[in-house]
Design a protein around this ligand. Structure first.
Ligand SMILES: [Zn+2]
Length: 414
């Protein structure tokens, strides 16, 4: 039976959201948390964007070191040969790529303005797939942007051409959130049956259906006999109204009526990590989690009205579909209400040593030189993020100073 895989795109679609962004260290922490959670792949960035180069190389090194393992790190570029060449010039060790090009008539007339026709799009995409494989890519996915507004017959042609040239997956992008669960089920199933490749579902939330569309699409792909890959972002952060929320997708797959009997994850997903990853993304993006967010919102397990409170006290199953412990919630949180010593971009050694000695697993430095080195890196990390580092970031810097140095090095073009 085909299975479901998660490809989280927070570090690609999430960070290209208007008004939002992440530092390279924050992006790295997200890769680490996704790996911990058991997510199959992180679309970790843009190999043709120069300020990403050191970050991408450093994260590939973390993969080689076994820190980011078994998660796959995939880059996103346009499906043109020029982008493939630029990718391998700057990030020669990248193994997994998503190559994206618009396929709808709307984009052909409205965006390409007649410069590209349907056959040009397939030609450019297949040339890019060939180039990526020739440069050493181990896996290439062909992304059909605006697939939901594309004729299904042309999408099938696109997918078959990608497959013939060695792509291992096709991404169906509901770029504008135009699909509904019924239309995406049909399209996804037809593609899976006709193209005979695993299909990725990339759903946006403009009509509030990103999560529903993702799981309906996955159902269609699996019923069509192929593995389904769902694109998510943490807290649903993404362009405009956002993408399919990672935690809500996991909950929908595991907890919705009967779904999990037939449609299952390929490997174990650790829902226990949900609270931590959602909180970190909220902090790093500086976007609060809505109180009614599935699973991780502050009201997700709150009851006030008489009937509900009474019912849940008698048996939580009366008014809760799943337990808060399953999402890693419920531990008391320590909030400092008195004096606070914090690391910042102008911190000194005394305050910094104090902070490091108060971590859950305290860090002592063997000598002053080492402490100064880690402090310097922590200062730079603060310059980049403009908010105090969380404990895991401080530990990361102390544990992998050479990687942190790379992440924090931004060298503009001359
Ligand atoms: Zn998108």
């Amino acid at each position: 039976m085909p299975k479901i895989y998660l490809v989280d795109v927070t570090n690609r679609d999430g960070v290209q959201t208007a008004k939002l962004g992440l530092s390279k260290l924050e992006k790295t922490m997200i890769n680490i948390y996704l790996n911990e959670m058991g997510v199959f792949q992180s679309e970790f960035g843009f190999p043709t964007t120069r300020h990403e180069t050191n970050y991408l190389i450093a994260n590939l090194e973390l993969a080689d070191m076994g820190v980011l393992k078994p998660i796959r790190l995939g880059g996103w570029i346009r499906a043109i040969t020029e982008d493939v060449e630029t990718t391998y010039r700057y990030v020669p060790n990248i193994k997994h790529l998503a190559l994206s090009i618009s396929t709808s008539d709307q984009m052909i007339t409205g965006k390409f303005q007649g410069r590209k026709k349907r056959h040009d799009i397939i030609k450019e995409m297949t040339e890019a797939v060939d180039a990526a494989l020739a440069c050493g890519a181990e896996s290439v996915a062909a992304n059909a942007e605006d697939a939901s507004r594309t004729d299904i017959s042309y999408l099938i042609e696109f997918g078959l051409a990608a497959k013939e040239h060695g792509a291992i997956r096709m991404r169906y992008c509901d770029t504008l959130g135009y699909d509904n669960p019924f239309t995406i089920y049909n399209n996804a199933r037809k593609l899976a049956e006709a193209v005979c490749l695993p299909i990725e579902l990339h759903c946006h939330n403009d009509l509030g259906m990103a999560v529903a569309n993702s799981i309906a699409g996955a159902m269609g792909v699996i019923d069509g006999g192929q593995d389904a890959y769902i694109n998510t972002t943490i807290n649903g952060i993404g362009e405009r109204a956002g993408n399919a929320d990672l935690i809500a997708v996991i909950l929908a797959i595991c907890k919705s009526k009967g779904f999990n009997e037939k449609y299952k994850f390929a490997s174990d997903i650790k829902l226990k990590c949900a609270s931590k990853i959602a909180k970190f993304a909220s902090y790093a993006f500086d976007v609060p989690i809505p109180i009614n967010q599935p699973g991780v919102g502050s009201n997700a397990f709150s009851h006030a009205s008489g009937i509900h409170a009474d019912g849940v006290l008698k048996d939580p199953g009366n008014y809760e579909l799943y337990g808060y412990e399953e999402l890693g919630r419920g531990d008391p949180e320590f909030v400092e209400t008195g004096r606070q010593i914090i690391t910042g971009e102008y911190s000194g050694i005394s305050g910094f040593s104090h902070v490091m000695s108060k971590l859950k697993v305290p860090i002592e430095f063997p000598n002053r030189e080492k402490a100064d080195e880690i402090l310097e890196l922590a200062r730079y990390a603060n310059v980049e993020s403009q908010r105090p580092l969380v404990e895991d970031q401080l530990v990361f810097i102390a544990r992998y100073p050479e990687i942190a140095r790379k992440l924090l090095t931004l060298t503009p073009l001359a």
